[in-house]
Design a binder for this molecule. Structure first.
Ligand SMILES: *Cc1c(COP(=O)(O)O)cnc(C)c1O
Length: 405
């Protein structure tokens, strides 16, 4: 086993060597511009791009003409949301989203509120982090032009009832965008069955290269139109101009294909490792709480709060393992995760949370090592904690009068 261990696969994934192998010829040898229509170099590049487009479309049950390549999911989210707002402004100015979306969706909505006067409803989620379809239905007005709800959350792994939301959107004739960046490649995704009109995803979250992503744009029933956010040569059927990064797209296609082929075995292996990690930790430590849904969860996600322990201090003591804490250092203050706060997790437990993101290249040996080290460091930090000491002695911490500084 080699240190450090990478167990932060929701932030990015290592590229699969088979993906690199597929990409290599397209850097030097087959360097053509896929938009060059009148020579062999262009044709060769175009063929490679179209092949990748087919691989990706097939996996999500779309047509290859419905795939628009972008630089990643952030761009896809921006293009979908801003593109719909601009194209359908005469129909209405209201968007429905949820409070636990990725920043790429939330910040896009906030920018549209402040710069364009768009109205946005941020739906709450339940204790497990799920959006209730009935809340979506109740939020719809005659001005609603877009519903944007993520497939699976990047912090807690909770999977939303996308099919039910898609049904409501169809029934009401409203476009449905889904940020499926954590879903594609990890769980089965079918844009037809799920009633999705626009969908964002990204190669580097599924063992492909960084810097490429896609937006699925439905072509019929209904034919979705979006205003381009990038003007130029009219690539990608006018929706996203710019010379295509052929090697990255080839890698994206290969990565998606591998995920599809290996999903049945890989998701079983990952959820077994995840359960092994959770059991090892909770059998040795008390007051460990699971954040997110216990079953409707990504197979590779485990998000735990360790009471009386600061997540950041825990990570400081675990430098040889790459994990993520539920506190984000924003300027001078340590803000607890807005996702955990939206589930109703208190500020203390939100600050105590750790996200484990397992991936294709993690092993049982790494899982066992991680569990052992977590147990050691949490035990040590709790031994140094006066709050833990008091709680162990049976003192109700809520009854304590703290001296003001
Ligand atoms: C990582 C992520 C994004 C951003 O993707 P990039 O390709 O890095 O821009 C958006 N949404 C979710 C849910 C993500 O996990």
């Amino acid at each position: 086993m080699k240190l450090p261990i990478f167990m932060d696969n929701h932030s990015t994934t290592p590229m699969d060597p088979r993906v690199l192998e597929a990409m290599l010829p397209y850097f030097v040898e087959k360097f053509g511009n896929s938009a060059s229509r009148n020579h062999a170099f262009g044709w060769e590049a175009e063929e490679a791009v179209e092949n990748a487009r087919k691989q990706i479309a097939r996996t999500i049950h779309a047509d290859s003409k419905e795939i628009v390549f972008t630089s990643g999911a952030t761009e896809s989210d921006n293009l979908a949301i801003k593109g719909v707002v601009e194209m359908y402004h005469e129909k209405g100015d209201h968007i429905i989203t949820s409070s636990t979306e990725h920043r790429a969706v939330l910040d896009t909505c906030k920018a549209l509120e402040s710069k364009r006067g768009v109205k946005v409803t941020y739906l709450p989620v339940d204790k497990a982090g799920m959006v209730k379809p009935e809340d979506v239905r109740n939020a719809i007005t005659d001005k609603t032009i877009l519903i944007t709800i993520m497939m699976a959350n990047n912090e807690i792994g909770t999977i939303n009832p996308i099919k039910d939301i898609g049904k409501i959107a169809k029934e009401k004739g409203i476009l449905f965008h889904c940020d499926a960046t954590q879903g594609v490649g990890k769980i089965p995704v079918d844009v037809q069955d799920m009633g999705i009109d626009l969908m964002s995803f990204s190669a580097h979250k599924l063992y492909g290269p960084k810097g490429v992503g896609a937006l699925y744009v439905r072509k019929k029933a209904p034919r979705v139109r979006i205003a381009a956010q990038m003007d130029g040569g009219g690539h990608e059927r006018g929706m996203r101009s710019g010379t295509l990064p052929v090697p990255l797209i080839v890698g994206f296609g290969k990565a998606v294909e591998l995920c599809e082929q290996e999903m049945p075995t890989e998701s079983k292996r990952l959820s077994a490792m995840r359960d092994r990690l959770q059991t090892a930790i909770t059998s040795k430590l008390e007051e460990v709480y699971l954040n997110g849904h216990s079953t409707q969860r990504l197979p590779n996600n485990l998000n735990l709060s360790f009471a009386y322990v600061e997540g950041e201090s825990l990570l400081m003591g675990l430098k040889e393992i790459a994990l993520s804490s539920g506190s984000a250092c924003t300027s001078a203050t340590l803000e607890p995760s807005y996702v955990l706060r939206a589930l109703g997790v208190g500020s203390d437990l939100a600050h105590s949370s750790i996200r484990f993101g397992l991936g294709r290249f993690n092993t049982d040996e790494e899982v066992d090592y991680t569990a052992k080290r977590i147990i050691e460091v949490v035990t040590k930090l709790r031994e140094m904690s006066p709050l833990y000491e008091m709680a162990k002695e049976g003192i109700d911490l809520k009854s304590v009068q703290w001296a003001a500084h």
